[in-house]
Design a protein around this ligand. Structure first.
Ligand code: ADP
Length: 333
């Protein structure tokens, strides 16, 4: 499936630290395990930083052994804990973080997180020449430069399970259900869940849809004898979108119910796909660091591991494949 780059030569006494930052995602633990065990297998000393950049600034750095990461591959969340750290936006604070790492004689930092966490790592390396490498971990799959992110597959499957259950009650009561999934700025979860769950309509932040067009889809279904409908809604940037759509539908004569899946999508045991992805990306991150590559993210392109410089991905918007949007529309008719 994926290729792990080879380590050019057996490194001795390199010290590598790993942290998780930003929103948690199922599979982060599998990535931590892989980073630690791959590093140990290649002669490195491995360290875990607790609570992302906040923990780093507090010097919360502990050595990790092979057994410290035992029995975690199947667990959601992150054993290292994660955090958002306002202070890290300051150059002087990033300098202090590097000093803390250097005092612990750490040679490189693996950051598991999203675009924001990578921005912090990128600035830290540019300003202080300290090697950093990123592993994409976010349920949203919204990181530019990689086709997949750790946690996305699990979140989609969790949401699908919920939709299947809601469909049972929707069809028993002849109801329209608006199911809100995560995705403030990106509709990857909604679109994948919509296609996989056979939703009648998928609403994503990338494409405006009028209430009239949603009603037309519902009415078309009713004409064909459908008595219930599932509408998948990505939460979007402002809270309460599903309830606003529910009210608009009501004005057009359609009663509906709202179900917000919320944080249930973040938790749970990672799928086989996410465990494998996390394992391969974790090992690849270490291999690249040991090969002298940094200031970059390990990602996936056409089933291969790729190394993409941070400067080429940070702040860029990953586009939803328009073919999938169109496809969802065709299958919903
Ligand atoms: P994610 O990594 O999932 O995108 P956030 O955007 O919340 O999550 O970022 C996580 C953390 O990364 C922030 O709390 C902050 O510590 C750091 N970070 C984000 N953006 C920047 C930035 N522009 N400069 C420095 N650090 C940043």
């Amino acid at each position: 499936m994926f290729n792990v780059p080879s380590v050019p030569h057996q490194e001795k006494n390199k010290s590598i630290a790993v942290l998780t930052s930003g929103g948690d995602a199922p599979g982060m633990n599998a990535a931590i395990r892989s980073v630690v065990r791959y590093g140990l297998a290649h002669g490195c000393n491995m360290f875990g930083v607790s609570k992302g950049y906040s923990g780093l600034l507090e010097g919360e750095i502990q050595p990790l052994s092979a057994s410290s990461v035992a029995n975690i591959i199947q667990r959601g969340g992150t054993i290292l804990k994660t955090d958002r750290c306002e202070a890290f936006f300051k150059k002087s604070v990033r300098r202090e973080a590097v000093n803390i790492l250097k005092r612990k004689e750490i040679d490189g930092l693996v950051v598991i997180g999203g675009d924001g966490s990578f921005t912090g790592a990128h600035l830290m390396e540019n300003e202080n020449k300290f090697p950093t490498i990123g592993i994409p971990g976010t349920i949203d799959n919204d990181i530019f430069g990689t086709e997949d992110t750790i946690g996305f597959d699990t979140a989609v499957n969790t949401a699908l399970g919920a939709i299947d259950r809601i469909r049972d009650t929707a069809s028993s009561h002849d109801r329209i259900f608006l199911i809100e999934v995560m995705g403030r700025n990106s509709g990857f979860i909604a679109l994948n869940v919509g296609v996989g769950g056979g939703a009648e309509t998928v609403i994503v932040p990338e494409e405006k849809q009028s209430i009239e067009s949603i009603c037309r889809t519902i009415d078309r279904g009713v004409k064909r004898g459908k008595t219930s409908s599932i509408i998948v809604v990505a939460e979007g940037p402002t809270e309460g979108l599903s309830h606003r759509i529910m009210k608009d539908l009501e004005k057009k004569g359609h009663n509906s119910k709202v179900c917000i899946l919320g944080h249930t999508q973040r938790g749970g045991s990672p799928t086989a796909h996410d465990r494998l992805l996390a394992s391969v990306l974790g090992a690849s991150a270490v291999a690249h660091l040991l090969g002298g590559h940094s200031n970059a993210m390990v990602g996936v392109k056409a089933d291969e591991v790729v190394l993409v410089p941070f400067k080429k991905i940070i702040g860029k918007k990953k586009a939803l494949p328009s073919s999938l949007i169109e496809f969802a529309g065709i299958l919903a008719t």
